[in-house]
Design a protein around this ligand. Sequence first.
Ligand SMILES: [Zn+2]
Length: 166
Amino acid sequence: MKKVLLLNASYEPLNICSWKRAVVLLLKGKATSVEHQGATVNNDMALPSVIRLLYYIKTPYKSIPLTRKNLMHRDKYTCQYCSRRGHNLTIDHVLPRSRGGRDEWENCVVACHHCNTKKGNRTPEEAAMPIKKRPVRPVNFMNFEISKQSRDLTHYQDWIKYFYTI
Ligand SMILES: [Zn+2]
């Protein structure tokens, strides 16, 4: 069944809903279509892939747990030293744990086994291995979770531009 990305009035991802629910929101004038596909409903309304609420919903703040899966998602399953993807990936502590480096979003990056071994007990500067992208803590829980869930969905290409923190 086709899924639709529901955005808040602010364009932040809010949820994933069924296309039927999306059409109801559009017909009730509660949302507007932002992205759509060629297919139509009753030949007059393009089937949406992304819709946006016309009113703002306040969402509670939730922190995102530091887990292997979440780190992999933040770094797009890509080694942050050599850009190798999805192969033998590990978690590297930028400042090694043996030297006081902590388990924090800002101190952990995805690294392939080769780079992790090569870097060893050194900092990126000492090893002359610059990090591709400075590791940060993702702040928007909904944005992060929805982008994680939707990675394998067919509309991901339509949706990806709305996921801004990863
Ligand atoms: Zn690597």
